[in-house]
Design a protein around this ligand. Structure first.
Ligand code: FES
Ligand SMILES: [Fe+2]
Length: 355
């Protein structure tokens, strides 16, 4: 274990994939260190997640094939149903009683496939945080996913402190006002939610918003982060020309709203899936704006991916117990770390203790 690895919180829901990624092709992902194979059933398109290792010689089932709703191992043909039970083996009638692979609880909600890797008895779909805009026709969404060779805690840190936009994403989404404007932070320790807000009254409009909204002057720019530890991060962004005041009833017709969603799914140790989505409530039918936001946000995400890959490689060469120095901008990230440590500890306890 490197000195920087954040422990996994096992008894939690994580995004395994976008709903549109799962179909009749077998998809392999590694989540909290567990190799998983994902697909949908033929008739009702129910998503299925099984352990991605054949019990015979551990061939990856994701590199095998589907026969109806069953996976036939690509090596010697052990065949598994949707519950992970092996229903046939080659050359003999009797299937060994222990021939089964784990199956994982899944929930399809808000255009996402949520998976539960921990104790299935604790999997309560009611506790999955919502990202309704992702499946709401009033919003237009672009999505992507980038794997990062870095501890998932580095991605949480990165997202909780947007002052880095000014430096790492200068000229794209960052302007001097982001780093200059102080934040307010609210922590709900029990619910595991961290809220970080930065309201800029009079800021330059970065190309990301100038090109998508058509605003060419200065803006008020609100960034309201809600982080539902461990996996879901929402950045509620409100942009309006300076002088447009928010409506008291919250409808705010003269402002441009963007919901920026991240799902932070730890893969194996030191690796994380960075699911990102940008949803907007303006120019929703404009294909040019859609293409621009998809390409431009991909570029922005890659700036983070490259920075975090570099940071992880650097931290790996640091002696254990190196010191950090935190300042005001880190308040949200430090709260998030505290919550993640608690969730990981709870997930490591015997089940009876957390019920
Ligand atoms: S490894 Fe799967 S059948 Fe042999
Ligand atoms: Fe970033």
């Amino acid at each position: 274990m490197t000195s920087t690895s954040t422990p996994f919180a096992r008894n939690q829901w994580y995004v395994a994939a976008y709903a549109h990624e799962i179909g009749r092709e077998l998809l392999g992902r590694t989540i909290l260190g567990e190799p998983v194979v994902l697909y949908r059933t033929e008739d009702d398109h129910t998503p299925v997640a099984l352990a991605d290792r054949c019990v015979h010689r551990r061939f990856p089932l994701s590199e095998s094939r589907l026969d109806g709703d069953r996976i036939v191992c690509g090596y010697h043909g052990f065949t598994y149903d949707t519950t992970g039970t092996c229903v046939s083996v080659p050359g003999q009638k009797r299937v060994p009683r222990t021939a089964r692979v784990a199956s994982y609880p899944l929930v399809e909600q808000d255009a996402l496939i949520w998976i539960w890797i921990g104790d299935p008895a604790l999997a309560d779909p009611q506790t999955i945080p919502r990202a309704r805009h992702l499946a709401d026709p009033a919003w237009t969404t672009v999505t992507g996913m980038e794997p990062i060779d870095g501890d998932y805690g580095l991605l949480v840190d990165n997202l909780m402190d947007l002052s880095h936009e000014t430096y790492l994403h200068g000229g794209c989404i960052g302007t001097p006002e982001v780093a200059e404007t102080p934040i307010t932070t609210e922590v709900d320790e029990d619910a595991g939610i961290v809220r970080v807000s930065r309201h800029m009254d009079d800021a330059a409009c970065p190309p990301f918003y100038a090109r998508s909204t058509g605003i060419d002057g200065r803006i008020t720019r609100w960034q309201d982060i809600e982080y539902f530890a461990p996996c879901l991060y929402l950045l509620h962004s409100r942009i309006a020309p300076v002088g447009v005041l928010p409506e008291a009833d919250g409808t705010d017709p003269n402002a441009f709203h963007t919901e920026i969603t991240y799902a932070i799914t730890p893969s194996s140790e030191g690796k994380v899936y960075d699911f990102w989505a940008v949803s907007r409530d303006f120019a929703t039918d404009d294909a040019e704006v859609t293409a621009f936001l998809r390409d431009f946000n991909h570029e922005v995400v890659m700036q983070d991916v490259n920075a975090l890959n570099l940071l992880q490689r650097t931290l790996d060469t640091e002696p254990d117990g190196y010191q950090e120095l935190s300042i005001n901008i880190d308040t949200g990230a430090l709260a998030a770390r505290r919550i993640l440590a608690r969730l990981a500890e709870e997930g490591a306890k015997p089940v009876e203790a957390v019920r």
